[in-house]
Design a protein around this ligand. Structure first.
Ligand SMILES: [Mg+2]
Length: 314
């Protein structure tokens, strides 16, 4: 019998929907991570969000009482900068389009952020920033039209805000793609591998576990990078999406929240023979059935959704 946290050396944790939701910590997340740290497990906080510099994300996490330094946070802007460095070498000029996190990440890798296509950048790195307007998008289009590589920190189409769903970085990149007819040359963020690979390189992980709340970013990224995944149900993914998931988006382990780190790993696997003491065994059994082609009817889905809500409240 091995608990999940004993099977891995580093957790590659998604943030929104796993550790926090907006400004607030996810219930049980801080205690579970503090307990995991005490047992020697290391964590990297891996985020597609490129707008905030790593130091600012670390400060947010420390406000919950977590022991986190900026070096424990890996952003898609950092992974994008690392890819540009690999492709173009140090000192390359890069047009940065996005929030402060993008320019900081480029400078940290020894690249030179520039403000205009007239500065002849060799690459354009597009990350989200709420101030990005037509003028910046036009500069990006001019640079790409002149032959610069188009690098996207991520292609997330939407971002949650307190007032609802807003356009994400993917929509900004789409504007440049539509104008130039040039698809991104590199995408750093999940589900593409560079962000996870940068996190593994930084931590020296040998048995990492990806932990996320989204099948189409976190879990698919784990598949593409060949890393085991834990889906937690504290974020956007619900029962229907999980049951109906394509093979490339099916997690290794399914749990309500991060308390699962202390549960027996084998019992968290969909289709496991025994029952974990979290009330989600019916969901894991239903996943195994659904993923082998059996239809799960509406009433059972409603019961499973209620079971998830009860497990989260427990
Ligand atoms: Mg998330």
């Amino acid at each position: 019998m091995t608990v999940l946290l004993a099977r891995h050396d580093v957790l590659l944790l998604d943030l929104d929907g796993v550790v926090y939701v907006g400004p607030d910590p996810v219930p049980h997340a801080v205690a579970a991570l503090t307990g995991a740290h005490a047992r020697g497990l290391r964590t990297a906080f891996v985020t597609n969000n490129a707008a905030r510099p790593a130091a600012q994300v670390a400060e947010h996490l420390r406000s919950f009482g977590l022991e986190v330094s900026a070096a424990d946070v890996v952003t898609s802007a950092q992974a994008a900068a690392r890819e540009v460095l690999r492709l173009l070498g140090p000192g390359a000029r890069v047009l940065a389009v996005g929030g402060p996190g993008v320019g900081v990440a480029l400078e940290d890798e020894g690249l030179v952020p520039v403000g205009s296509a007239a500065d002849a950048p060799a690459a354009v790195v597009m990350g989200f920033g709420p101030e990005v307007g037509w003028g910046r998008l036009a500069e990006a289009a001019y640079a790409v039209g002149a032959g610069a590589l188009l690098v996207a920190t991520n292609l997330d189409t939407s971002i949650p805000t307190p007032r609802g769903i807003a356009p994400g970085n993917g929509t900004l990149v789409s504007a440049v793609v539509a104008a130039t007819g040039h698809d991104p040359d590199v995408v750093a963020g999940k589900p593409w591998p560079p962000l996870l690979l940068a996190s593994i390189e930084r931590t020296g992980a040998t048995h990492p576990l990806v932990v996320g709340d989204r099948l189409d970013t976190d879990i698919e990224a784990g598949h593409r990078a060949g890393i085991d995944t834990l889906l937690v149900l504290t974020g956007v993914c619900g029962v229907d999406e999980l049951l109906d998931a394509d093979p490339a988006r099916r997690p290794t382990y399914v749990a309500a929240d991060l308390r699962a780190l202390s549960l027996e790993a084998d019992l968290l696997v969909p289709g496991a023979a025994g029952a974990a003491p979290d009330g989600l065994q019916p969901l894991r059994v239903a996943c195994a059935r659904a993923w082998t082609g059996t239809t799960v009817l509406q009433q059972e889905r409603a019961e499973l959704t209620a079971a998830v809500a009860a497990a989260l409240r427990a």
